[in-house]
Design a binder for this molecule. Structure first.
Ligand code: KG4
Ligand code: ZN
Length: 347
């Protein structure tokens, strides 16, 4: 089975062809950094126009690289939410047009599910697994029980982790895209130099054990940064490293709480999957790997290029959906908001 996947929910335009034998036949990806650089962040209207301009070429390239014509496909999958609605509409419309022209099944892919299922393609992870999903718009701890079956344990009460990276990078003058820039700056920094808060980590209330909070940390960085009379590159590296260590502590504490609860519930979970753009961060991967190992479990994080937005995960999610239920209607309306707990279809 060969599925074309299309991703346009934020600032990455991408198309890929993936098989049910876990082969990636092609992947064409364009990051719209140049279009958004001047604004220090993603501008929805600019993103939508760029997707519209770039996507037809990317799809053609993905098909050519795979050595296929449209009639050789077994379906087309596109991200239909959640995300910036203009871009999502562009990707969904291109996918639906191909399906209508070549009489192919259409798969409406939830972007978060695509991140969540990527590790099943790369590492064949069985359900159920504990999922730490960290992207620019979402930070969630879940139990993945099936392709369309996710239980939410906790999420963020303010900023997503990726958003905190991006905002902190902007304060430190590291620009956009912030996450990778902050990680690079932190490599040369002293993570113990600045004392920064770890919100919620010491709270004992049961309902807060799996909840994230990042905004107090981000604000503390800004205050301390503004107190420095003339910040040097070393100050910047030290602040970036101190921020990253604090994020690591927050994630380790949330995940440890979930792992402790799971071992008590005896749900037979052996794997923890790390997904979303922030999962590309080598420091955080290392911290979380140690944590999971302490509980005698296995951490699976896809290769960094498949953690940040890409079309391989969308095509793979299409493969998974096609194996467990009927395709979606061409009338499926794109959704700016679409929680993982509101997927429909066979489990
Ligand atoms: O999953 P993703 O590519 O797009 C969304 O669905 O949001 O995640 C993007 C987020 C951004 O906030 C970006 O700064 C963050 O992931 N990110 C990172 C790294 N690479 C991307 N954060 C920390 N370290 C990284 N290396
Ligand atoms: Zn994403």
């Amino acid at each position: 089975m060969r599925i074309l996947g299309i991703e346009t929910s934020c600032d990455e335009s991408a198309a890929a062809v993936v098989t049910d034998a876990r082969e990636v036949l092609s992947h064409a990806l364009y990051s719209q950094y140049a279009q958004h650089q001047a604004y220090q962040g993603v501008v929805p209207e600019v993103a939508a126009r760029a997707h519209l301009e770039i996507l037809p070429d990317l799809v053609a390239r993905a098909m050519e690289e795979a050595g296929l014509s449209y009639k050789d496909l077994d379906g087309v999958a596109a991200t239909t939410g959640p995300g910036l609605i203009g871009g999502v509409m562009v990707g969904a419309m291109v996918a639906k047009t191909i399906c209508a022209l070549y009489d192919l099944p259409f798969y409406a892919v939830n972007h978060l599910a695509a991140h969540a299922l990527m590790a099943r393609m790369t590492d064949d992870v069985p359900f159920p697994y504990l999922l730490l999903l960290l992207s620019g718009g979402h930070s969630q701890l879940l139990i993945a029980k099936g392709v369309n079956d996710f239980t939410l344990l906790g999420s963020t009460m303010d900023d997503a982790v990726g958003e905190a990276f991006d905002k902190t990078a902007r304060v430190l003058g590291l620009g956009y895209p912030g996450g990778p820039a902050l990680e690079a700056a932190a490599l040369h920094g002293d993570g113990a130099r600045f004392a920064l808060p770890r919100p919620l980590v010491h709270r004992k209330e049961a309902h807060l054990q799996h909840t994230f909070s990042l905004s107090g940390l981000k604000t503390a960085v800004r205050r301390k940064w503004e107190e420095l009379p003339a910040p040097t590159p070393q100050d910047c590296a030290d602040m970036a490293a101190s921020f990253q260590v604090a994020v690591g502590d927050i994630l380790v504490s949330r995940l440890s709480n979930a792992l402790r609860a799971q071992s008590q519930n005896a749900l037979n979970i052996n794997h923890v999957v790390l997904a979303g753009g922030v999962a590309a961060n080598a420091y955080l991967r290392g911290r979380l790997e140690e944590t999971v190992a302490r509980f005698g479990m296995i951490l699976v994080a896809p290769p960094p290029k498949l953690c940040t937005d890409n079309a391989v995960m969308v095509a793979w999610c299409g493969v998974e959906k096609s194996l467990c239920g009927p395709p979606d209607s061409l009338d499926f309306a794109p959704r700016p908001r679409w929680p993982l707990t509101e997927l429909t279809g066979a489990k």
